[in-house]
Write a protein that binds this ligand. Structure first.
Ligand SMILES: CC(C)(COP(=O)(O)OP(=O)(O)OC[C@H]1O[C@@H](n2cnc3c(N)ncnc32)[C@H](O)[C@@H]1OP(=O)(O)O)[C@@H](O)C(=O)NCCC(=O)NCCS
Length: 134
């Protein structure tokens, strides 16, 4: 298993397949993708899990975190999230945050992220903003 930075094009397919398969492919592309740092976790040559960091003035948002469906629940996502939190720390990030899907709140709590008072609904899914000071 290896984790390394990848190009934005490398994360798009997994994002689409895992997060929004019912939407057109372009839906999962972000306007900011050129500014992101994209990470992939590989098992052999197969990309299993992806996440993208957007760092601005010591604050980091992670977005589009996705693990191949048949590989979920095996610890890959946790390994990747641990890794990028350390990467953020190495980049002098003071706060990391995300728009968490409501059903992932307990998962993120395991990494020390806390729910804020901000929540919203987008495309029929409920989200809460979660954050952690590093
Ligand atoms: C969120 C996501 C990226 C996590 O990736 P993952 O590779 O499944 O993550 P892990 O396997 O490390 O953890 C998933 C669960 O399995 C558990 N787990 C981890 N390793 C395990 C193991 N060896 N045996 C049993 N369970 C394990 C974790 O504790 C976690 O449990 P929880 O969800 O009840 O908190 C993945 O679920 C996903 O792609 N979901 C769809 C897209 C999505 O919702 N993205 C996040 C938007 S906020």
């Amino acid at each position: 298993m290896t984790i390394r930075k990848v190009d934005k094009e490398d994360v798009w397919e997994l994002r689409h397949q895992v997060m929004w398969p019912e939407k057109p492919f372009d839906y999962i592309k972000l306007d900011d993708d050129d500014l992101g740092i994209h990470y992939g976790l590989f098992k052999g040559s197969i990309l299993i899990s992806v996440i993208s960091l957007f760092i601005n003035n010591g604050v980091c948002q992670f977005r589009k975190f996705a693990t191949l469906e048949q590989e979920q629940g095996k610890g890959y996502g946790s390994t990747l999230l641990d890794y990028v939190i350390k990467e953020a720390q190495n980049n002098d990030v003071k706060k990391i945050w995300c728009n968490a899907r409501q059903n992932k709140v307990n998962f993120y709590k395991k990494f020390g992220l806390k729910e804020t008072n901000s929540s919203f609904i987008k495309q029929g899914k409920s989200y809460v903003i979660m954050e952690k000071y590093l």
